[in-house]
Design a protein around this ligand. Structure first.
Ligand code: NAI
Length: 395
């Protein structure tokens, strides 16, 4: 077996040294997770200011944990003491695993991995936290591409349990499974995903936004009503509130990148309404204005109280989400269990989409999709073959 597979397996029972490249929001969060699991962490950033910001942010988070009685002052000090910050990549030399979390640009990531490979020993395993690039393309620039996997954490990494584990085409057998086991040992909920656009969450969640925008564009309902419909079926935030929270620029960019990478499959088509909001600078909460106004004292428009309309909205978005979940399983992107883990542990869905489909009745979901397909005649509404056969089996 490859030495780096052994190394990753070994980290499960014996904490070791973990290198993290990039001390931004994600790298800092992952460093906290690794240190909390007892590992020594070497946190590298090209910018000394980023390292300082990261140190202060962690100190603040830890102080709050101690205040709330979630850890003792000694534990907090020990955790912080396990993170060593540096601008020198060479300090990663003794690391058993190095996780990269720098800017989302292929050439820059490839360049950084070339440096990482020079710094570490032969038995080190490597990982990237990319959310939209192909792990396979990043691996292709490595001397030894077989030792790279994707470990896709969610923001904020210490709070969100999901980690998508993604083997590249070149990844050595056993390495992804060792990654899954290690993430579980770190207290995370891992889900194994094929190296395809958006992996699991960023693919399966697209209709939550896309179908909401489409219904708004058609004038079926206003934004507040669509949000209310989804809150009533258990989502913490409706689609428009959530897009405002994520940022319309960021959310639009993810949709556009999945759409392009999926060869313009109409299921993932971005929305002009969202594009215009981004162009206007109405990015959401961070800009003080998005789909809603976030100024001091601004009031929210009230949703309609038409129960039948609210039900139709939720039925349509849920049918599209469920279809996407079945199709991910159909296309072998992930297992049924992992699509459930991904949506409940990565984006807080109130239920797994497969479980939800059974609760609603598979034939109803298929009928909803077939009615949309008949009405619009668009490929966007095609029912996944797996969903249709599951409905036939149940009938
Ligand atoms: P960020 O912009 O907050 O931090 C990136 C850090 O990397 C910066 O501190 C920068 O100085 C440093 N850096 C850039 N080039 C470097 C180099 N050559 N050597 C050393 N350090 C370098 O970015 P963020 O949001 O933390 O994202 C990082 C990665 O994580 C990206 O690949 C992103 O797609 C991925 N990701 C981001 C999520 C998010 O919600 N922000 C969620 C999941 C993944």
């Amino acid at each position: 077996m490859n030495a780096f597979v052994d190394t990753l397996q070994g980290l499960r029972s014996h904490p070791g040294k973990i290198g993290i490249i990039g001390a931004g929001a994600m790298g800092s969060g992952i460093a906290q997770v690794a240190a909390a699991a007892g590992n020594q962490v070497v946190l590298v950033d090209a910018q000394p200011e980023a390292l300082e910001r990261s140190e202060h942010a962690l100190a603040k988070v830890m102080a709050r944990q101690v205040e709330k009685g979630r850890m003792t002052a000694d534990e907090s000090a020990a955790l912080q003491g396990r993170i060593h910050r540096t601008t020198e990549m060479a300090d990663c030399a003794p690391c058993a695993l190095v996780i990269e979390a720098i800017v989302e640009r292929l050439e820059v990531k490839q360049q950084v991995f070339a440096e990482v490979e020079k710094a570490v020993g032969d038995s080190a395993a490597l990982a990237t936290n990319t959310s939209s690039l192909a792990v396979t393309a990043i691996a292709s620039a490595l001397q030894r591409p077989e030792r790279l996997i994707g470990l896709h954490f969610f923001n904020p990494a210490p709070l969100m349990p999901l980690v998508e584990v993604i083997p590249a085409l070149q990844t050595a057998p056993g390495l992804a499974d060792a990654g899954v086991a290690l993430m579980a040992a770190w207290g995370k909920s891992p889900a194994l995903a094929k190296d395809t656009p958006g992996f699991i969450v960023n693919r399966v969640a697209r209709p939550f936004y896309g179908e909401a925008l489409r219904m708004f564009e058609e004038g079926i309902a206003d934004m507040a009503t669509i949000d209310e419909a989804m809150r009533r079926v258990g989502f913490r935030m409706g689609p428009f509130e959530l897009m405002d929270f994520i940022g319309n620029d960021v959310n639009y960019a993810v949709t556009a990148s999945v759409f392009e990478a999926m060869y313009f499959d109409p299921r993932y088509r971005p929305s002009l309404v969202q594009k215009r909001h981004a162009e206007a600078g109405w990015l959401g909460r961070k800009a003080g204005r998005g789909y809603y106004d976030y100024a001091e004292g601004a009031s929210r428009p009230a949703p309609t109280e038409d129960g039948a309309l609210l039900g139709r909205i939720a039925d349509r978005i849920l049918a599209m989400l469920i279809n996407e979940a079945y199709d991910a399983v159909f296309m072998h992107i992930c297992s049924e269990a992992d699509v459930e883990t991904a949506m409940t542990r990565g984006v807080n869905y109130p239920k797994g989409l497969i479980a939800w489909s059974r609760e609603r009745g598979l034939s109803k979901v298929v009928a909803d999709l077939d009615a949309l397909a008949a009405r619009y005649g668009e490929d966007r509404y095609r029912c996944s073959p797996l969903l249709r056969s599951a409905a036939n089996d149940q009938a």
